[in-house]
Design a protein around this ligand. Structure first.
Ligand SMILES: NC(=O)c1ccc[n+]([C@@H]2O[C@H](COP(=O)([O-])OP(=O)(O)OC[C@H]3O[C@@H](n4cnc5c(N)ncnc54)[C@H](OP(=O)(O)O)[C@@H]3O)[C@@H](O)[C@H]2O)c1
Length: 273
């Protein structure tokens, strides 16, 4: 990756997190990254923060790159693909984080059979704790997936799946941080209700979620095993489990993932029109 040049088209929140991750992890030198968006002020800030090159000219930025990352909002996809068509060569790798925009639509929009890797990252990429699924388009090979894996690996976990699974990934990890924010918020309120000052309840709730996730990841144990290990007969945890089960905590989370997946599929169809 060290000699690769990357152009990031639509250098907003998600792309900014990826640029930060690539620079911090020394995946490639800042001079090999060019960030493009319309706002010169925002570009100046990216240059100041990460030392990357910048441009308000998408075509010029893309022409000089080996890898072109597309990170504009899905609503802007058609316009930007049209703008870039004729500038992207078949030997350039295109990586897209645009939700719901298929690899086939990207190849069609760019009018070139270049390799395309589509990704669904999530916002914890901002703190190098992202969860990203990547998939290969028709013209992408293992070496292209490996490059995309290196890019997203700089900001967290990466898995490879078929493109048909990307709506489900959107429902699980793409939208998932929101479910956990709601759980943290509710736990804070529970702590406040039981007399803990809000600021302290907030610290305890967030650290509890962080610690529980870290235990699942680092021990490799099934969450149900970890749950059973801390469930004392007649104790507090089993008493709470009974309440949470009777109110459908697990079912409601499964329903949430299912609903977000279906909505992702609906939106993909809208962007395809
Ligand atoms: N945020 C998430 O959790 C998340 C998760 C997975 C995937 N994604 C995907 O990531 C993409 C970006 O999301 P985001 O949250 O980072 O949005 P964002 O902060 O709004 O970033 C998009 C950027 O695109 C730039 N832009 C708009 N029109 C442009 C154009 N014609 N040429 C070049 N740049 C242009 C905008 O800057 P200017 O106005 O300065 O041009 C903006 O900074 C979306 O497609 C989204 O589906 C996001």
């Amino acid at each position: 990756m060290k000699n690769q040049r990357i152009a990031v088209i639509g250098a907003g929140h998600m792309a900014g997190a990826m640029i930060g991750g690539m620079v911090r992890s020394k995946l490639l030198a800042p001079k090999n990254i060019i960030a493009a968006r319309r706002s010169p002020d925002a570009l100046a800030e990216l240059q100041r923060k990460w030392g990357v090159k910048t441009s308000t000219d998408n075509k010029k930025a893309a022409c000089e790159a080996d890898i072109v990352i597309l990170a504009v909002k899905p609503q802007m996809a058609k316009k930007v693909l049209e703008e870039l068509s004729g500038s992207i060569r078949a030997d350039q790798l295109v990586i897209s984080v645009m939700a719901g925009v298929t690899t086939a639509a990207i190849n069609a929009g760019l009018r070139v059979p270049c390799p395309v890797v589509r990704a669904m990252p999530n916002t914890p990429c901002l703190v190098d704790a992202g969860a990203t699924a990547i998939c290969a388009g028709e013209h992408a090979e293992d070496k292209d997936l490996a490059k995309a894996e290196a890019v997203f690996g700089a900001v967290g976990l990466v898995v490879t799946l078929p493109e048909s699974a990307l709506d489900a990934v959107t429902g699980l990890s793409g939208s998932g941080p929101v479910y956990i924010y709601m759980a943290i918020e509710a736990m804070i309120d529970g702590g406040v209700k039981m007399g803990i000052p809000r600021a302290i309840a907030a610290k305890l709730a967030a650290q509890t979620v962080y610690g529980a996730a870290k235990l699942v990841i680092e021990t490799g144990k099934h969450p149900a095993v970890l749950k059973d290990e801390v469930t004392t007969p007649g104790g507090t945890a089993i008493t709470a489990i009974h309440v949470l089960e009777s109110k459908g905590l697990r079912s409601v989370l499964i329903d949430g993932v299912e609903a977000a997946t279906k909505r992702s599929t609906e939106l993909s169809k809208l962007f395809a029109q």
